[in-house]
Ligand binder design. Structure first.
Ligand code: BEZ
Ligand code: MG
Length: 541
């Protein structure tokens, strides 16, 4: 039986609320320009939504936040404080948050980027500043400073470990809800910039899944790990295959060692195999393939030294493939280089280990990546599908089953784990098909149309690598950008190349079997594509 009407309405309400709550970037950053006033309100509201114990700031109560921020933007701190007092929020509680917002707001209204780059080109000193997400760390302002990263030996920080644990537990619970048991093995994508911003939340998640915690040496450096007891863990240790970006490998060399050490420690624990899937798999592989532990316990993979990226994105964008499994194979070809240390203590720095990677991926039941910024999501860049899509496609062939694919949204008020399909839907509704987003892009003219087309192509990347895009998404893209005559005219006038690419991508989605639609829809797309081609031939000599 279907759910009751009330339940359905509640579910719909929750989904609408979720879309409404998302911070939607409404335009591109223009180098050297302060952010426009209309964007400031939403950003300030998001900044005010988090407790910041380190700064003595409490989050604004959600139910009053909208009006309080509006009051703050129009009439300043005192007015906003008085406004909240009417609702019983006292001034001592609300002043610190408005002090923070005032500081952020002032810094957003000035911009030193052009001056700083000119001084940098003259070889002058540029003061340093942290690199992070603005909501997570407003101290990134003012921009136009020399962005610094973090000390890799500090990773994961205590806060990152605490949060990593919550996220990883939610992830395991979600899998268990859907499959009735824990996954025996998972593949995780780890990026450098993300782990800088969160001080290693992704690293912490991997350690927690394995059931270990970091141990600091006399210099307070995280150089070792210890096992958390099975009793404390209350679940089996999960086998974790880590594919790390080239940037991560370069920036977090000690962390790569820590992760590899963690796997080898867990493999060596004398525990029942149904409580320690790393040990189970390493043992099985050693028996079946007569290999040693060093080979069977390899789990940290990246590019060959000096190489970066998976190239899966380029293959998809250029339509240079026939069978989808080629995309997963390319991922493995690029990423099958092992890092860590063998049992003799010898460093392994990018040894080609294709067989070890094939074997490790063949057991994977779920893949996962963390999304930790409001600014860049699944369809904004081609890197999410090249990594998470690429590894999932590689697993699909090697495990002979499509893995469950998850993402976390670890910056929302509550930790939220979503399936890939749910995240694609949410991103599509919040961005690609949202007038607030695309009108913001179209204000940038030529580049804005290119961004819209990029979103459609990145969405297509999720069909190619993971079959994760519903038919309605392509249909609505066609309705919004192609079959609305005035919209098509705007796109064509601003950037006929991208308009044509967008129509072509829709046709490709149908041609490759990702979008079922009526023949007359296809005919109309083909006609429009021909018209655009004629126009392009006219404009290019
Ligand atoms: C990284 O931070 O590691 C990364 C950034 C962009 C694309 C791929 C990886
Ligand atoms: Mg489909």
């Amino acid at each position: 039986m279907s759910k009751s009407k009330d339940e359905q309405v509640l579910k719909l309400y929750e989904q609408l609320f979720e879309i409404e709550q998302r911070l939607i970037p409404t335009g591109l950053h223009v180098f050297g320009q302060a952010s426009p006033q209309r964007e400031r309100g939403d950003l300030l509201k998001m900044i005010a939504a988090f407790d910041r114990p380190e700064a003595g700031v409490n989050a604004l109560p959600e139910e009053f936040a909208d009006n309080a921020i509006r009051e703050f933007v129009s009439n300043g701190t005192d007015a906003a404080v008085r406004h909240l007092e009417q609702y019983g929020v006292n001034a001592e509680t609300s002043r610190p948050v408005f002090a923070l917002l005032e500081n952020v707001s002032t810094k957003l209204q000035t911009n030193n980027e052009l001056d700083a780059i000119v001084r940098a080109l003259r070889g002058e000193f540029i003061e340093p500043g942290p690199g992070a997400d603005i909501v997570q760390n407003p101290d990134i302002l003012p921009t136009g400073r020399n962005t610094h990263a973090i000390n890799p030996y500090g990773v994961p920080s205590a806060v990152a470990f605490a949060r990593g644990k919550i996220v990883a537990d939610s992830l395991l619970n979600r899998y268990k809800e859907e499959n009735g048991r824990y996954p025996q093995a998972m593949a995780l994508v780890l990026w450098g910039l993300d782990n800088i911003k969160t001080q290693g939340e992704g690293v912490a998640q991997a350690l927690w899944l394995l059931g270990v915690r970091p141990v600091r040496d006399a210099l307070n450096r995280a150089t070792n790990v210890e096992a958390i007891s099975l009793a404390d863990l209350g679940r089996p240790r999960i086998d974790v295959v880590m594919t790390v970006s080239g940037i991560f490998r370069d920036l977090f060399s000690p962390t790569v060692q820590l992760l590899d050490k963690a796997v080898r420690l867990v493999a060596s624990l004398d525990e029942p195999q149904d409580q320690n899937y790393v040990r189970k798999h390493v043992r099985e592989q050693m028996t079946q393939e007569q290999c040693d532990t060093d080979e069977a316990a390899t789990r940290v993979f990246s590019n060959a030294p000096g190489n970066y990226g998976t190239n899966v994105n380029f293959m998809v964008m250029d339509s240079q493939w026939e069978r989808e499994e080629t995309l997963g194979d390319l991922f493995v070809t690029r990423k099958c280089f092992a890092y860590g240390r063998d049992s003799q203590g010898r460093a392994i720095e990018g040894r080609e280990a294709r067989i070890a990677m094939d074997r490790a991926l063949s057991r994977v039941e779920a893949t996962y990546q963390n999304i930790d910024t409001f600014e860049i999501g699944l369809t904004d860049v081609d890197h999410y599908f090249e990594y998470l899509g690429g590894v999932s496609k590689a697993v699909e062939k090697r495990a002979q089953a499509r893995p469950a694919i998850y993402l976390s949204d670890s910056l929302s008020r509550e930790v939220k784990i979503r399936t890939l399909e749910e995240t694609v839907r949410l991103e599509t509704r919040a961005k690609t098909l949202n007038p607030k987003w695309y009108e913001g892009m179209l204000r940038h003219g030529f580049r804005g149309v290119a961004e819209i087309e990029n979103h459609v192509s990145n969405t297509f990347g999720w069909s190619a690598t993971a079959d994760a895009v519903d038919d309605w998404i392509y249909s609505e893209v066609a309705n919004t950008f192609v079959f609305d005559e005035s919209m098509l005219e705007r796109l064509r006038d601003l950037n006929p190349h991208s308009a044509h690419a967008l129509v072509q991508r829709l046709l490709e989605a149908n041609g490759r079997g990702y979008w079922e639609t009526d023949p007359d829809v296809l005919q109309r797309l083909q006609d429009i594509s021909s018209d655009l081609e004629d126009q392009l031939e006219g404009v290019t000599p």
